[in-house]
Design a protein around this ligand. Structure first.
Ligand code: GLY
Length: 365
């Protein structure tokens, strides 16, 4: 397994801010940048830096881009205040936290992922170990946990925090036990109960759908990405979302760019949208146009009545974070409101930037 700072999620090196400094090695004209979903700007895990700040500092200090990004998302994974990622992430319907993650390393064209792994707070590091130490791309379930144990990761009995367990109990209370008679209705009743808790302000959209995606490029033009999540809150045990699936929750082409997502994973899986977006970059589209085109594909392919709102448009949120090989970037979202932001860190420091929406109004109108 990774050792030292990266393994603990603590940023390596000095805690000083590197913003405003010239990149360590400037052999191309690329301006280094790190982008992430909005939680990449909000969670500090008791420290002084966010995900994007940590990742940016490390990659401009010369650390491998993927190791830098993973050190960034480790802050979210290890902090129970981020209720959609890692330790304290939303558990499945049985109250068990099952985590998904994948990562891609553009320069070496390598990737790794884990799905429905239990007991390990930092699934992104296990995904990285799959990439580094195996010939495979994706390990799942109990075997992924065993792999992690064998690689030296600590495996905990339970990754719930007090808050994630309280919310799960409330969700259970809201389910009509009668629905258990019909597995299909039961699954939908569970989803409805979750949406009701969101409407009642008991869980945020972020924590319900979870996930952090983080992508970066250094001055040498090396592009990497990582996505990590506890998945959809109170999902059916064993459900794997888009996050660990290459092409869906994340795709990196070392020559053209990276895209990753947060939001309703099933919609993304159907379209392998991160792959589509990176292909759009390859064809010369800007990050914004490439991302909006991916959202348009999801909209076109969303035809089931239960997934549509009263306007006949997708009744769910989904966002993509897109970075090209020139260091240009965009965040796009099916819908956006004043809280819809994504994180960006450059030599000027970190900020939240507005997501570009495909559609007006909101998902549930
Ligand atoms: N996008 C996260 C999930 O659906 O699991």
């Amino acid at each position: 397994m990774l050792t030292g700072a990266a393994a603990t999620g603590l940023a390596a090196g000095s805690p000083r801010r590197a913003f405003g400094r010239a990149p360590a090695v400037q052999t191309s004209s690329v301006r280094p940048v790190v982008i992430a979903s909005g939680n990449g700007h909000t969670i500090r895990n008791g420290g002084s830096e966010t995900c994007v700040e940590t990742a940016f500092r490390m990659l401009t200090d010369g650390t491998d881009v993927l190791e830098s990004l993973i050190a960034g998302v480790n802050l979210n994974e290890l902090d129970p205040a981020d209720g959609g990622v890692g330790f304290g992430g939303s558990p499945n319907a049985d109250g068990v936290v099952q985590l998904d993650s994948c990562c891609m390393h553009g320069p070496t064209r390598r990737a790794g992922g884990v799905a429905a792994i239990e007991g390990v707070k930092t699934p992104s590091l296990v995904a990285h170990a799959v990439m580094q130490y195996t010939d495979h791309h994706l390990l799942a379930g109990r075997d992924a946990t065993d792999f992690a144990r064998n690689m030296g990761f600590t495996v905990h009995d339970d990754l719930n925090s007090e808050r994630s367990r309280e919310r799960w109990l409330e969700w259970k209370r809201r389910i009509d036990p009668g629905h258990y008679l019909d597995p299909k209705q039961r699954a939908w009743a569970g989803h409805e109960a979750g949406l009701g808790m969101m409407a009642d302000g008991l869980i945020s959209e972020h924590d319900f759908f979870g996930t952090i995606n983080c992508d970066g490029i250094n001055a040498r033009g090396e592009i990497c990405g990582v996505t990590t999540t506890s998945g959809l809150a109170w999902k059916i045990p064993g459900r794997v979302g888009d996050s660990p699936i290459l092409g869906a929750g994340l795709y990196v082409d070392g020559t053209y760019g990276a895209a990753g997502s947060t939001g309703r994973g099933e919609a993304n899986l159907y379209n392998l949208t991160s792959y589509l977006i990176v292909e759009n970059l390859r064809r010369g589209m800007s990050p914004k146009d490439a991302g909006l085109d991916g959202l348009r594909r999801i909209k076109e392919n969303t035809v089931e009545q239960r997934l549509l709102n009263s306007r006949g448009e997708p009744g769910f949120g989904i966002s993509f974070y897109v970075l090209n090989a020139k260091g240009e970037y965009a965040g796009v979202s099916m819908y956006a409101n004043e809280r819809s932001r994504y994180a960006v860190c450059t030599e000027n420091g970190a900020e939240l930037a507005p997501l570009e929406p495909l559609l007006a109004n909101s998902a549930r109108d």
